[in-house]
Design a protein around this ligand. Sequence first.
Ligand SMILES: [Zn+2]
Ligand SMILES: [Zn+2]
Length: 432
Amino acid sequence: MKNYFEDEGNYELVKMWRRDFHRHPQSSWSEFYSTGKIAMELEALGYKIYQGEDVIDPERRLFLPDREILDYNYNLAIENGIDERYIIKSKGGLTGVVGVIEGDIPGPTIAYRFDIDALEINEDLSEDRKAVREEYYSKFEGYSHACGHDAHTAIGLLLGKYFSENRKKIKGKIKLIFQPDEEKLSGAEAMVAKGILEDVDFLIGGHIGANLFELGSIAFDVENILAVTRGEVEYYGVATHSTGRPEQGKNAILGACAAITHLNAIARHGKGSTRINVGKILGGTGYNTIPDYCKFYLETRAETKEINRYLQNRAEDIIYGAAKMYDLKFNYKIVTNVEGGENDEYLIEKGIEAVKEVKGIKNIKSKLKMNASEDFVIMANDVKKRGGKSIYVVHGTNVDGGHHSTTFDFDEKVLINATWFYASMYDSLINN
Ligand SMILES: [Zn+2]
Ligand SMILES: [Zn+2]
Protein backbone atom coordinates (compact mmCIF):
# COMPACT_ATOMS: atom_id res chain seq x y z
CA MET A 1 0.00 0.00 0.00
CA LYS A 2 2.89 2.29 0.88
CA ASN A 3 4.44 1.88 -2.56
CA TYR A 4 1.12 2.45 -4.21
CA PHE A 5 0.39 5.77 -2.58
CA GLU A 6 3.98 7.02 -2.65
CA ASP A 7 4.08 6.40 -6.37
CA GLU A 8 4.44 9.73 -8.20
CA GLY A 9 2.36 8.37 -11.06
CA ASN A 10 -0.68 7.84 -8.85
CA TYR A 11 -0.32 11.33 -7.40
CA GLU A 12 -0.14 12.81 -10.89
CA LEU A 13 -3.18 10.77 -11.93
CA VAL A 14 -5.39 11.80 -9.03
CA LYS A 15 -4.31 15.42 -9.51
CA MET A 16 -5.11 15.19 -13.21
CA TRP A 17 -8.59 13.80 -12.43
CA ARG A 18 -9.23 16.49 -9.86
CA ARG A 19 -8.23 19.24 -12.28
CA ASP A 20 -10.36 17.73 -15.01
CA PHE A 21 -13.42 17.79 -12.72
CA HIS A 22 -12.48 21.30 -11.62
CA ARG A 23 -12.51 22.50 -15.24
CA HIS A 24 -15.96 21.01 -15.87
CA PRO A 25 -18.15 21.91 -12.88
CA GLN A 26 -21.91 21.34 -12.96
CA SER A 27 -24.36 21.72 -10.10
CA SER A 28 -27.17 19.65 -8.58
CA TRP A 29 -28.79 17.14 -10.96
CA SER A 30 -26.73 18.45 -13.90
CA GLU A 31 -23.44 16.74 -13.07
CA PHE A 32 -23.31 14.99 -16.44
CA TYR A 33 -19.62 15.56 -17.11
CA SER A 34 -18.46 13.97 -13.87
CA THR A 35 -21.11 11.22 -14.05
CA GLY A 36 -19.89 10.24 -17.53
CA LYS A 37 -16.24 10.35 -16.59
CA ILE A 38 -16.74 8.30 -13.41
CA ALA A 39 -18.82 5.66 -15.21
CA MET A 40 -16.26 5.35 -17.97
CA GLU A 41 -13.27 5.06 -15.62
CA LEU A 42 -14.96 2.59 -13.25
CA GLU A 43 -16.12 0.38 -16.08
CA ALA A 44 -12.57 0.28 -17.45
CA LEU A 45 -11.38 -0.74 -13.97
CA GLY A 46 -13.76 -3.72 -13.94
CA TYR A 47 -16.55 -2.33 -11.79
CA LYS A 48 -20.21 -3.09 -12.31
CA ILE A 49 -21.86 0.26 -12.98
CA TYR A 50 -25.29 1.40 -11.81
CA GLN A 51 -26.82 4.66 -13.03
CA GLY A 52 -30.02 6.55 -13.71
CA GLU A 53 -33.22 5.16 -12.21
CA ASP A 54 -31.27 2.21 -10.76
CA VAL A 55 -29.72 4.58 -8.21
CA ILE A 56 -31.89 7.73 -8.18
CA ASP A 57 -35.54 8.00 -7.20
CA PRO A 58 -36.72 10.88 -9.42
CA GLU A 59 -39.52 11.77 -7.00
CA ARG A 60 -37.08 12.57 -4.21
CA ARG A 61 -35.11 15.18 -6.13
CA LEU A 62 -35.55 18.75 -4.94
CA PHE A 63 -34.79 21.99 -6.76
CA LEU A 64 -34.57 20.11 -10.05
CA PRO A 65 -33.39 22.55 -12.75
CA ASP A 66 -35.67 23.21 -15.75
CA ARG A 67 -35.54 20.73 -18.61
CA GLU A 68 -33.76 23.34 -20.75
CA ILE A 69 -30.92 23.70 -18.24
CA LEU A 70 -30.66 19.94 -17.82
CA ASP A 71 -30.47 19.40 -21.59
CA TYR A 72 -27.99 22.23 -21.99
CA ASN A 73 -25.70 20.66 -19.41
CA TYR A 74 -26.17 17.19 -20.91
CA ASN A 75 -25.03 18.46 -24.31
CA LEU A 76 -22.23 20.46 -22.71
CA ALA A 77 -20.81 17.23 -21.26
CA ILE A 78 -20.90 15.58 -24.69
CA GLU A 79 -19.30 18.62 -26.35
CA ASN A 80 -16.53 18.36 -23.78
CA GLY A 81 -15.70 14.80 -24.69
CA ILE A 82 -18.04 12.59 -22.67
CA ASP A 83 -19.22 9.51 -24.56
CA GLU A 84 -23.04 9.64 -24.51
CA ARG A 85 -23.12 5.94 -23.70
CA TYR A 86 -22.06 6.82 -20.15
CA ILE A 87 -24.73 9.44 -19.49
CA ILE A 88 -27.74 8.33 -21.53
CA LYS A 89 -29.31 6.74 -18.42
CA SER A 90 -28.79 10.00 -16.50
CA LYS A 91 -30.60 12.17 -19.03
CA GLY A 92 -33.18 14.46 -17.45
CA GLY A 93 -31.31 14.89 -14.17
CA LEU A 94 -30.64 11.34 -12.96
CA THR A 95 -26.95 11.92 -12.31
CA GLY A 96 -24.67 9.94 -9.99
CA VAL A 97 -23.00 6.55 -10.26
CA VAL A 98 -22.58 3.51 -8.05
CA GLY A 99 -19.68 1.18 -8.85
CA VAL A 100 -19.49 -2.30 -7.34
CA ILE A 101 -16.56 -4.70 -7.15
CA GLU A 102 -16.55 -8.07 -5.40
CA GLY A 103 -13.84 -10.32 -4.05
CA ASP A 104 -13.71 -14.12 -4.16
CA ILE A 105 -13.61 -14.38 -0.36
CA PRO A 106 -16.85 -13.72 1.53
CA GLY A 107 -16.97 -10.67 3.77
CA PRO A 108 -18.84 -7.48 4.59
CA THR A 109 -20.18 -4.87 2.21
CA ILE A 110 -18.23 -1.66 2.65
CA ALA A 111 -19.43 1.51 0.96
CA TYR A 112 -17.63 4.78 0.39
CA ARG A 113 -19.57 7.91 -0.47
CA PHE A 114 -18.23 10.81 -2.55
CA ASP A 115 -20.26 13.87 -3.50
CA ILE A 116 -19.74 15.18 -7.02
CA ASP A 117 -21.69 18.45 -7.39
CA ALA A 118 -20.30 21.94 -7.96
CA LEU A 119 -21.81 25.30 -7.03
CA GLU A 120 -23.54 28.06 -8.93
CA ILE A 121 -20.69 30.47 -8.22
CA ASN A 122 -18.30 32.09 -10.71
CA GLU A 123 -14.65 31.27 -10.14
CA ASP A 124 -12.27 34.20 -9.58
CA LEU A 125 -10.05 34.37 -12.68
CA SER A 126 -7.33 36.66 -11.28
CA GLU A 127 -3.89 35.99 -12.76
CA ASP A 128 -2.33 35.36 -9.35
CA ARG A 129 -4.51 32.30 -8.62
CA LYS A 130 -2.96 28.87 -9.04
CA ALA A 131 -5.99 27.55 -10.93
CA VAL A 132 -5.46 30.28 -13.52
CA ARG A 133 -1.67 30.01 -13.69
CA GLU A 134 -1.80 26.23 -14.07
CA GLU A 135 -4.90 26.37 -16.27
CA TYR A 136 -7.38 24.23 -14.44
CA TYR A 137 -9.95 26.97 -13.73
CA SER A 138 -13.64 26.44 -14.49
CA LYS A 139 -14.51 26.36 -18.18
CA PHE A 140 -18.24 26.53 -17.43
CA GLU A 141 -19.26 30.10 -16.72
CA GLY A 142 -21.45 30.56 -13.67
CA TYR A 143 -20.27 27.32 -12.03
CA SER A 144 -17.27 26.29 -9.97
CA HIS A 145 -16.05 23.57 -7.64
CA ALA A 146 -15.87 25.90 -4.65
CA CYS A 147 -16.48 23.23 -2.01
CA GLY A 148 -13.87 20.64 -3.01
CA HIS A 149 -16.21 17.96 -4.38
CA ASP A 150 -13.85 17.78 -7.37
CA ALA A 151 -11.33 16.43 -4.85
CA HIS A 152 -13.83 13.95 -3.42
CA THR A 153 -14.62 12.61 -6.90
CA ALA A 154 -10.94 12.22 -7.79
CA ILE A 155 -10.23 10.49 -4.46
CA GLY A 156 -13.08 8.08 -5.23
CA LEU A 157 -11.57 7.21 -8.60
CA LEU A 158 -8.08 6.60 -7.23
CA LEU A 159 -9.56 4.43 -4.48
CA GLY A 160 -11.47 2.59 -7.21
CA LYS A 161 -8.26 2.01 -9.13
CA TYR A 162 -6.49 0.80 -5.98
CA PHE A 163 -9.19 -1.81 -5.20
CA SER A 164 -9.31 -2.93 -8.80
CA GLU A 165 -5.54 -3.50 -8.82
CA ASN A 166 -5.63 -5.20 -5.41
CA ARG A 167 -8.68 -7.31 -6.05
CA LYS A 168 -7.19 -10.34 -4.34
CA LYS A 169 -7.46 -8.71 -0.96
CA ILE A 170 -11.16 -7.84 -1.30
CA LYS A 171 -13.41 -9.75 1.07
CA GLY A 172 -17.07 -9.33 0.30
CA LYS A 173 -18.23 -6.33 -1.67
CA ILE A 174 -17.11 -2.75 -2.15
CA LYS A 175 -19.53 -0.06 -3.26
CA LEU A 176 -18.29 3.30 -4.45
CA ILE A 177 -21.15 5.76 -4.29
CA PHE A 178 -20.78 8.94 -6.31
CA GLN A 179 -23.65 11.09 -5.10
CA PRO A 180 -25.15 14.06 -6.94
CA ASP A 181 -26.66 17.10 -5.25
CA GLU A 182 -25.10 17.32 -1.82
CA GLU A 183 -25.29 21.10 -1.76
CA LYS A 184 -29.07 21.33 -2.00
CA LEU A 185 -29.34 18.27 0.22
CA SER A 186 -31.54 15.92 -1.80
CA GLY A 187 -29.02 13.59 -3.47
CA ALA A 188 -28.52 11.24 -0.53
CA GLU A 189 -32.26 10.93 0.01
CA ALA A 190 -32.86 10.12 -3.68
CA MET A 191 -30.24 7.35 -3.53
CA VAL A 192 -31.39 5.94 -0.19
CA ALA A 193 -34.93 5.70 -1.57
CA LYS A 194 -33.59 3.32 -4.23
CA GLY A 195 -32.22 1.01 -1.55
CA ILE A 196 -28.58 1.28 -2.58
CA LEU A 197 -27.48 1.03 1.08
CA GLU A 198 -29.64 -1.95 2.00
CA ASP A 199 -26.76 -4.44 2.07
CA VAL A 200 -24.13 -2.06 3.49
CA ASP A 201 -22.39 -3.02 6.75
CA PHE A 202 -19.97 -0.09 6.91
CA LEU A 203 -20.40 3.33 5.32
CA ILE A 204 -17.48 5.74 5.09
CA GLY A 205 -17.58 9.33 3.90
CA GLY A 206 -15.73 12.57 4.37
CA HIS A 207 -14.88 16.09 3.35
CA ILE A 208 -11.65 17.94 2.70
CA GLY A 209 -11.07 21.22 4.54
CA ALA A 210 -14.34 21.90 6.36
CA ASN A 211 -12.93 23.63 9.45
CA LEU A 212 -9.72 21.57 9.51
CA PHE A 213 -7.28 23.76 7.65
CA GLU A 214 -3.98 22.00 8.17
CA LEU A 215 -2.49 19.48 5.76
CA GLY A 216 -1.53 16.21 7.46
CA SER A 217 -4.34 16.32 9.98
CA ILE A 218 -7.53 14.27 10.18
CA ALA A 219 -10.63 14.35 12.38
CA PHE A 220 -12.80 11.35 13.27
CA ASP A 221 -14.79 12.73 16.12
CA VAL A 222 -16.82 15.09 14.04
CA GLU A 223 -19.48 16.95 15.95
CA ASN A 224 -22.03 19.49 15.11
CA ILE A 225 -23.14 18.26 11.72
CA LEU A 226 -26.12 20.57 11.87
CA ALA A 227 -29.66 19.33 11.58
CA VAL A 228 -31.43 21.35 8.93
CA THR A 229 -35.04 21.89 7.93
CA ARG A 230 -36.11 23.84 4.88
CA GLY A 231 -39.67 24.81 4.19
CA GLU A 232 -41.86 26.93 1.95
CA VAL A 233 -44.41 29.17 3.64
CA GLU A 234 -47.35 30.48 1.62
CA TYR A 235 -49.93 33.05 2.71
CA TYR A 236 -53.24 33.45 0.93
CA GLY A 237 -55.30 36.65 1.33
CA VAL A 238 -57.87 38.56 -0.70
CA ALA A 239 -56.95 40.96 -3.51
CA THR A 240 -58.83 44.28 -3.76
CA HIS A 241 -58.18 47.76 -5.09
CA SER A 242 -55.88 49.41 -2.57
CA THR A 243 -57.61 52.82 -2.71
CA GLY A 244 -61.17 51.78 -3.65
CA ARG A 245 -61.89 49.04 -1.09
CA PRO A 246 -58.80 48.52 1.06
CA GLU A 247 -60.88 47.41 4.04
CA GLN A 248 -62.04 44.33 2.12
CA GLY A 249 -58.54 43.22 1.18
CA LYS A 250 -56.42 40.75 3.12
CA ASN A 251 -52.77 41.52 2.66
CA ALA A 252 -50.58 38.43 2.27
CA ILE A 253 -47.32 40.40 2.13
CA LEU A 254 -48.03 41.99 5.51
CA GLY A 255 -48.62 38.56 6.99
CA ALA A 256 -45.35 37.23 5.55
CA CYS A 257 -43.38 40.27 6.76
CA ALA A 258 -44.79 39.97 10.27
CA ALA A 259 -43.87 36.29 10.33
CA ILE A 260 -40.34 36.86 9.02
CA THR A 261 -39.56 39.59 11.56
CA HIS A 262 -40.67 37.38 14.42
CA LEU A 263 -38.99 34.25 13.05
CA ASN A 264 -35.69 36.05 13.35
CA ALA A 265 -36.56 36.90 16.95
CA ILE A 266 -36.97 33.30 18.15
CA ALA A 267 -34.94 33.00 21.35
CA ARG A 268 -31.57 31.21 21.01
CA HIS A 269 -31.20 27.83 22.72
CA GLY A 270 -29.08 27.30 25.82
CA LYS A 271 -28.02 23.75 24.86
CA GLY A 272 -26.47 24.42 21.47
CA SER A 273 -26.10 26.61 18.45
CA THR A 274 -29.00 27.58 16.21
CA ARG A 275 -29.43 29.31 12.86
CA ILE A 276 -32.51 30.71 11.19
CA ASN A 277 -32.86 32.38 7.82
CA VAL A 278 -35.49 33.52 5.37
CA GLY A 279 -33.56 33.79 2.14
CA LYS A 280 -36.21 34.48 -0.47
CA ILE A 281 -39.64 36.12 -0.65
CA LEU A 282 -42.07 36.42 -3.54
CA GLY A 283 -45.45 38.12 -3.75
CA GLY A 284 -47.71 40.87 -5.02
CA THR A 285 -48.76 42.09 -8.43
CA GLY A 286 -48.32 45.89 -8.56
CA TYR A 287 -48.84 49.31 -6.98
CA ASN A 288 -52.55 49.45 -6.44
CA THR A 289 -53.66 45.94 -5.60
CA ILE A 290 -53.74 44.45 -2.13
CA PRO A 291 -51.52 41.36 -2.54
CA ASP A 292 -53.42 38.12 -2.05
CA TYR A 293 -50.41 35.83 -2.21
CA CYS A 294 -46.95 35.76 -0.71
CA LYS A 295 -44.41 32.99 -0.37
CA PHE A 296 -41.11 32.78 1.47
CA TYR A 297 -38.37 30.22 2.02
CA LEU A 298 -37.39 29.41 5.58
CA GLU A 299 -34.41 27.46 6.84
CA THR A 300 -33.57 26.43 10.39
CA ARG A 301 -30.39 24.69 11.50
CA ALA A 302 -29.34 23.46 14.91
CA GLU A 303 -26.69 21.47 16.69
CA THR A 304 -29.09 18.65 17.54
CA LYS A 305 -32.38 17.46 16.15
CA GLU A 306 -34.05 18.32 19.48
CA ILE A 307 -32.95 21.93 19.24
CA ASN A 308 -34.00 22.01 15.59
CA ARG A 309 -37.41 20.71 16.62
CA TYR A 310 -37.63 23.55 19.14
CA LEU A 311 -36.91 26.05 16.33
CA GLN A 312 -39.49 24.41 14.10
CA ASN A 313 -42.15 24.41 16.80
CA ARG A 314 -41.61 28.10 17.51
CA ALA A 315 -41.56 28.83 13.77
CA GLU A 316 -44.89 27.06 13.24
CA ASP A 317 -46.50 29.11 16.04
CA ILE A 318 -45.23 32.34 14.49
CA ILE A 319 -46.37 31.40 10.97
CA TYR A 320 -49.79 30.54 12.38
CA GLY A 321 -49.88 33.70 14.55
CA ALA A 322 -49.07 36.01 11.64
CA ALA A 323 -51.84 34.41 9.57
CA LYS A 324 -54.27 35.03 12.41
CA MET A 325 -53.18 38.68 12.75
CA TYR A 326 -53.91 39.47 9.11
CA ASP A 327 -56.80 37.05 8.63
CA LEU A 328 -54.97 34.94 6.07
CA LYS A 329 -54.90 31.30 5.15
CA PHE A 330 -51.51 29.66 5.07
CA ASN A 331 -49.64 26.56 4.05
CA TYR A 332 -46.27 25.43 5.44
CA LYS A 333 -44.57 22.70 3.45
CA ILE A 334 -41.31 21.09 4.64
CA VAL A 335 -39.12 20.27 1.66
CA THR A 336 -35.88 19.15 3.31
CA ASN A 337 -35.29 17.56 6.67
CA VAL A 338 -31.80 16.37 7.52
CA GLU A 339 -31.03 15.31 11.04
CA GLY A 340 -27.67 15.83 12.69
CA GLY A 341 -25.40 12.85 13.06
CA GLU A 342 -22.49 11.38 14.94
CA ASN A 343 -19.82 8.81 14.20
CA ASP A 344 -19.78 5.25 15.39
CA GLU A 345 -17.30 4.62 18.24
CA TYR A 346 -16.05 1.33 16.78
CA LEU A 347 -15.25 2.99 13.45
CA ILE A 348 -13.47 5.87 15.19
CA GLU A 349 -11.21 3.27 16.83
CA LYS A 350 -10.61 1.56 13.49
CA GLY A 351 -9.87 4.95 11.93
CA ILE A 352 -7.23 5.75 14.53
CA GLU A 353 -5.64 2.35 13.85
CA ALA A 354 -5.77 2.85 10.08
CA VAL A 355 -4.23 6.31 10.08
CA LYS A 356 -0.97 4.96 11.56
CA GLU A 357 -0.24 3.44 8.15
CA VAL A 358 -0.71 6.71 6.29
CA LYS A 359 2.55 8.52 5.84
CA GLY A 360 1.22 12.00 5.23
CA ILE A 361 -1.10 12.17 8.25
CA LYS A 362 0.53 13.04 11.54
CA ASN A 363 -2.09 14.79 13.56
CA ILE A 364 -5.40 13.38 14.79
CA LYS A 365 -7.70 16.12 15.86
CA SER A 366 -9.81 14.83 18.72
CA LYS A 367 -13.00 16.83 18.34
CA LEU A 368 -14.03 18.90 15.35
CA LYS A 369 -17.11 21.02 15.09
CA MET A 370 -18.44 21.01 11.53
CA ASN A 371 -20.97 23.82 11.90
CA ALA A 372 -22.42 22.81 8.56
CA SER A 373 -25.02 20.38 7.26
CA GLU A 374 -24.32 17.25 5.24
CA ASP A 375 -26.85 14.93 3.70
CA PHE A 376 -24.39 12.07 4.29
CA VAL A 377 -26.31 11.82 7.57
CA ILE A 378 -29.34 10.49 5.65
CA MET A 379 -27.25 7.64 4.25
CA ALA A 380 -25.63 7.04 7.65
CA ASN A 381 -29.00 6.80 9.39
CA ASP A 382 -30.25 4.39 6.73
CA VAL A 383 -27.25 2.11 7.35
CA LYS A 384 -27.57 2.39 11.15
CA LYS A 385 -31.26 1.52 10.98
CA ARG A 386 -30.27 -1.98 9.88
CA GLY A 387 -27.49 -2.39 12.42
CA GLY A 388 -24.67 -1.15 10.16
CA LYS A 389 -22.07 1.43 11.14
CA SER A 390 -20.94 4.68 9.63
CA ILE A 391 -18.19 7.26 9.94
CA TYR A 392 -17.65 10.73 8.47
CA VAL A 393 -14.07 11.93 8.38
CA VAL A 394 -12.59 15.38 7.79
CA HIS A 395 -9.32 15.46 5.82
CA GLY A 396 -7.22 18.46 6.79
CA THR A 397 -5.78 20.75 4.16
CA ASN A 398 -4.87 24.38 4.05
CA VAL A 399 -7.24 26.24 1.73
CA ASP A 400 -7.30 29.46 -0.23
CA GLY A 401 -10.50 31.40 0.28
CA GLY A 402 -13.24 29.73 2.28
CA HIS A 403 -15.59 26.98 1.16
CA HIS A 404 -18.17 28.41 -1.24
CA SER A 405 -15.99 31.42 -2.08
CA THR A 406 -14.90 32.47 -5.59
CA THR A 407 -11.23 31.88 -4.70
CA PHE A 408 -11.55 28.47 -3.03
CA ASP A 409 -8.66 26.08 -3.64
CA PHE A 410 -6.69 23.59 -1.55
CA ASP A 411 -3.40 21.71 -1.26
CA GLU A 412 -3.66 18.75 -3.63
CA LYS A 413 -1.53 16.54 -1.39
CA VAL A 414 -4.73 15.93 0.56
CA LEU A 415 -5.86 13.79 -2.41
CA ILE A 416 -3.25 11.15 -1.59
CA ASN A 417 -3.67 11.45 2.20
CA ALA A 418 -7.42 10.88 1.95
CA THR A 419 -7.26 8.00 -0.54
CA TRP A 420 -4.50 6.28 1.40
CA PHE A 421 -6.51 6.60 4.57
CA TYR A 422 -9.63 5.08 2.96
CA ALA A 423 -7.56 2.16 1.64
CA SER A 424 -5.96 1.64 5.04
CA MET A 425 -9.35 1.86 6.73
CA TYR A 426 -10.48 -1.01 4.50
CA ASP A 427 -7.65 -3.21 5.76
CA SER A 428 -8.34 -2.44 9.38
CA LEU A 429 -12.02 -3.33 8.86
CA ILE A 430 -11.57 -6.66 7.11
CA ASN A 431 -8.59 -7.86 9.15
CA ASN A 432 -10.19 -7.52 12.57
ZN1 LIG B 1 -20.52 22.96 0.16
ZN1 LIG C 1 -18.99 20.24 0.46
